[in-house]
Design a protein around this ligand. Sequence first.
Ligand code: G3H
Length: 490
Amino acid sequence: NPLHHKTYLINGELREWKGACDEVYSTISSTEQYAPTLVGSVPHLTEKEALEALEAAANAYGKGNGLWATMRVKDRVEILERFTKEIQHKRDEVVQLMMWEIGKTILECQKEFDRTIEYLYNTLEEYKKLDRDSAHFQKKDGIYAHIRRGPLGIVLCLGPYNYPLNESFALLIPALLMGNTVIYKPPKYGVLLITPLLEAFRDCFPKGVINIVFGRGREIASPIMETGRIDVLALIGNSRSAIALQDKHPHKNRLRLVLGLEAKNPAIVLPDADIDLAVKECVAGALTFNGQRCTALKILYVHEDVKEAFLSKFTEEVDKLPFGNPWEVNVKLTPLPEPDKPQYIQDLIDDALQKGAKILNKKGGERCENFIFPAVLAPVSPDMRVYQEEQFGPVVPVRFFTDIDQVREEIADSHYGQQVSIFGHDVYTLAPLIDAMVNLVCRVNLNSLCQRGPDVFPFTGRKDSAVGTLSVYDALRSFSIRTFVASKDN
Ligand code: G3H
């Protein structure tokens, strides 16, 4: 049954919305006859409610003397522990909504929920440790300093559709723990799944500390930014939105950023690679959740000496990936949640074909409603859109090389710098390549796919891929500042 949700959270109250609502459709269909499925609706809030949410967050922060910012660490931990326990009862509801809204397989939705709970507990432990380690006295030149980590202020937080729970919480939770107050706007796809959690937010947090609003980015987030009262923009999504929102802020220099943006992570398959392993990791790396991950492998560089061995297996394995509805067992590929995405992927394929690439796998590009079967394209050249753009979907561009310096130069020239995967074993080739790569991206994966987890490892990127670092350890630091009280030894 569609979930027609009517409330939003401002200043500790779940306010009833009487105005227009935005309908939420799913591109998956449980009937033979395909038609987008209405899964629910959420309030279409306006600038007025957005500014009320801001006012609530600002009041809760006070003039730095709000209850939340000054609360003892122990009390804040207790609140987050209670919150974590409460939301666990909502697992099935959240997982079902997530599956319908974004078409992620049920298994992956369950993993996302469980990963989020684990992330919460780990972040709480890290927070206690951080407080123990970072609050300390230091004496120099007759001055005693009591140094600690404190909040940055008011955070506007926007999460992505591909991890609507986990990545939103990867921003929200550390921001809250460090004593900031927050306005959160969920993504357009993956918005309903937050609604079963609203009561837990209301019941656990002091009023105004967390405010959750629904609506369109330009009607909600833009007016908030225009006030110049936001201290931190925390966003996982695309650079276009991040830049547009920064531009709205009248005092950009005071705006801090925590951004997870695009990536075009390459895999490099060297001549001595274990081909079976490389194929397995590249299939999962490129096509898990249809390639809709910022960490997905979005271009493969394959050495000429192994291109036949690699590609014959790779294309065979891609064609074997089972497609279906996300609730079906063993399904790997599912319909795309964005209605216009298959056409975008088709356009990338057509552009590459016109410029000389071929589709290597038998099923590549087959379409059915909002599903498009992954196309393996080769040889891809720099003039093709699929080389230049972050496809964020089911198309795998392949380039061939003989000279590793050419690959290194291309990666160095890329706009992005998140991760790379290298498949090979010869230490004399690997050592200088790894040395170069860690200075171009932020994580080098040896003989394995690119990924964000485990969440205790730093998650960030260079260039247009990220600003600031997320992870259990780093996010608490990204959402805080070292402050101190100094007194003279008179
Ligand atoms: O979309 C970007 C996510 O951070 C990817 O996370 O590597 O765990 O799938 P993941």
